[in-house]
Design a protein around this ligand. Structure first.
Ligand SMILES: [Ca+2]
Ligand SMILES: [Ca+2]
Length: 286
């Protein structure tokens, strides 16, 4: 009862590869659908005006539409044939982003409310730093990006624990989003050698009784290099519930060069002291 979907997934040695969550398109989509959303700055959450969005068919890359965001960062496609699209988004001063598997579907039932798919997109500014950007969907409302530093302290949403990009630890969280979608962005300027562990905590699920799970949140982490190129995208794996997702490590060598290591494991328990998540709220930052 759903549209067929085919994808080629490249499996690399020594690396676990996950495929992004796919929203199935019912076969009874009997009308064209639109794709709309907002384009925002990953470090400030401010809308980006004049960002260009190309809507390409997933199957063969044909450009079906091109739109530009308004003063509120809002865009909307023309009606598109039911199916999967790839969004190519770019704006001056920002790195380019490609979002895959975005569904379009409409129902010819006189109700305009079920003919649009919302896809919010965040862009990372080009300022010569490594960036780690967490995005997700509408639920749970509050996910939190945490970085555990080599000394065991964590950079996370609490005001005294946001870190600093211009002073030790040279790791800083920009904004805490508590109303869905993100982004939450960590900028790394010149951190000391060692391992930096990246976690996503389902704060809403564990502390606010939010029933949404991590696996159904659509959470993904995009890592940008100093030139603004997307180096890696990590998608939340299946089986992640209300606790945490340990996504990956950035291992800095003594020359200040990072290497990425996938982890992609889920914390299943409810005891915050378990495993790698230990000291989740410790931040004796300088
Ligand atoms: Ca309709
Ligand atoms: Ca948050």
């Amino acid at each position: 009862g759903y549209y067929p979907y085919e994808a080629v997934v490249q499996i690399k040695s020594q690396e676990t590869t996950y495929v992004a969550r796919l929203e199935a398109i019912p076969l009874d989509c009997d009308m064209e659908g639109t794709i709309s959303g907002r384009v925002t700055d990953s470090t400030t959450n401010a809308p980006i005006e004049g960002a260009e969005i190309k809507f390409k068919k997933m199957s063969d890359g044909t450009i079906e539409d091109t739109q530009t965001t308004d003063a509120n960062g809002f865009y909307k496609s023309k009606p598109l044939a039911s199916g999967y699209y790839k969004l190519e988004v770019k704006a001056p001063g920002y790195s380019r982003v490609e979002v895959q598997n975005v569904p379009a579907c409409g129902y010819d039932d006189g109700n305009p409310d079920n003919d649009d798919h919302v896809e919010n997109v965040t862009l990372s500014p080009l300022d010569g730093n490594w960036r780690v950007v967490l995005q997700w969907g509408s639920s749970p409302k509050d996910l939190d990006l945490h970085v555990k530093l080599p000394d065991g302290n964590q950079v996370f949403y609490r005001n005294a624990c946001r870190g600093d990009r211009d002073a030790p630890p040279y790791v800083e969280l920009d904004v805490d989003v508590r109303d869905g979608y993100g982004p939450e962005t960590v900028t790394l300027t010149s951190p000391a050698a060692g391992t930096y562990q990246f976690f996503v905590h389902n704060y809403g699920g564990q502390n606010d009784g939010d029933s949404g799970t991590l696996s159904n949140s659509g959470a993904r982490i995009v890592v940008y290099d100093p030139e603004g190129a997307v180096v890696k995208t990590y998608n939340v794996p299946a089986g992640c519930g209300s606790y945490f997702w340990y996504a990956f490590n950035m291992v800095y060598d003594s020359n200040g060069r990072p290497t990425l290591q996938a982890e992609n494991r889920c914390g299943s328990g409810t005891n915050p002291a378990e495993g790698e998540w230990q000291d989740a709220s410790r931040c004796d930052l300088p």
